[in-house]
Design a protein around this ligand. Structure first.
Ligand code: F6P
Length: 361
């Protein structure tokens, strides 16, 4: 192992820099290996002048820093790459060029840090002959085969702190506060934020909700003297028999479908049926920004070091993962099997229901 590459793809997430640092420190210190960073995700392997050497000096001080020093993109898919030719945009497969560029740089392997979309691209490149290893990133925690992704705990911490603040203003004004959180098609952020932040109602995609049940819960609190309530709504939550709220459709060669808007809908319904004053807060990208919490710094560092070990042991086409307390690895094919959903009849959902939190069912 003489020279390896690293890139961060897809949406950013707290802990990306900590992984980059883990990769560089372990590759350089333990294996005396050179590390090349690619800028803006796979754009770094497609466009010219988007590589840089990553030395120990370059990663100094980045452990607590949010975002990614390499930049990222959720549009740079080499298999569906948008190009503009004679003023007209078209989508092309530039994966062969990526392989050529990879080979011309004399790399022994590529560390791809990303969510399901990015890791699936890494697997396709691996099949074309590019030795890749993956590191699972996302605040959504929706990647199969790892107990948790880095970034998730920080997002939950940020959202929980927001709930703490909303409680005090809700109490002062006797209002219902609806908080829309991220998470795409799974409800992990909403569930853990709702429990950690003391919500009264949590709505997640895995349990399509009945608006009557949501309103019943708020009415019953009102009758018991609690005039303020907190409702956490996952952006992918949907009413029974209804659809997910989409803000922007996906486009070929562009970004994936963007969810959003369910918080406003739920807020309006609650106002109508309870007659209470309702305010809606959409936390949005606040959940993605900022410094990673200690758990994510540690997990990211372990993931970075483990990715280098995978390369040293020629375990290409695999992804590092957390199982219990141990860092292990699985085939990148596991990622494509689907999304890790919240179990609805056990564990945290059941515990939440036991203490009276409503899921609108
Ligand atoms: O996957 C992470 C995530 O933050 C989702 O929770 C959210 O739906 C999406 O990315 C937002 O993407 P963008 O940054 O493109 O708006």
């Amino acid at each position: 192992m003489k020279r390896i590459g690293v890139l961060t793809g897809g949406g950013d997430c707290p802990g990306l820099n900590a992984v980059i640092r883990g990769v560089v420190k372990s590759a350089v210190s333990k294996y005396n290996c050179e590390v090349i960073g690619f800028e803006d995700g796979f754009d770094g392997l497609i466009l010219p002048d988007k590589t840089r050497n990553l030395t120990l000096w370059n990663v100094r001080g980045i452990l607590p820093v949010g975002g990614t020093i390499l930049g990222t993109s959720n549009r740079a898919n080499p298999f569906q790459y948008k190009v503009t030719i004679n003023g007209k945009s078209e989508v092309r497969d530039v994966s062969k060029d990526v392989i050529k560029k990879y080979q011309s740089l004399g790399l022994d392997a590529l560390v791809v840090i990303g969510g399901d979309g990015t890791l699936n691209i890494a697997y396709e490149l691996f099949k074309l002959g590019c030795p890749t290893v993956g590191v699972p990133k996302t605040i959504d925690n929706d990647i199969l085969a790892t107990d948790v992704t880095f970034g998730f705990h920080t997002a939950v911490q940020t959202a929980t702190e927001a709930l703490d603040r909303l409680h005090t203003t809700a109490e002062s004004h006797h209002r219902v506060m609806v908080v829309e959180v991220m998470g795409r098609y799974v409800g992990w952020i909403a569930l853990e934020t709702g429990i950690g932040g003391g919500a009264d109602v949590i709505l997640i995609p895995e349990i399509p909700f009945d608006m009557n049940k949501v309103c019943e819960k708020i009415e019953s609190r009102k009758k018991a003297g609690s005039l303020a309530s907190i409702v956490v709504v996952s952006e992918g939550a949907l009413p029974m028999g209804g659809k997910v709220s989409v803000r922007c459709a996906s486009e070929a060669g562009g970004s994936a479908e963007r969810l959003g808007g369910i918080g406003d809908k739920v807020g309006a319904e609650i106002g109508k049926c309870t007659g209470m004053e309702v305010r809606v807060t959409v936390l949005g990208h606040l959940q993605r920004g900022g410094s990673p919490c200690a758990f994510d710094r540690i997990l990211s560092t372990r993931f970075g070091a483990a990715a280098v070990e995978l390369i040293a042991n020629k375990r290409f086409g695999e992804m590092v993962c957390l199982r219990g307390q141990e860092i292990e690895s699985v085939s990148l094919t596991e990622v494509a099997r689907g999304q890790k959903k919240v179990p609805t009849e056990e564990g945290m959902v059941k515990a939440a229901e036991s203490i009276g939190i409503s899921f609108g069912r």
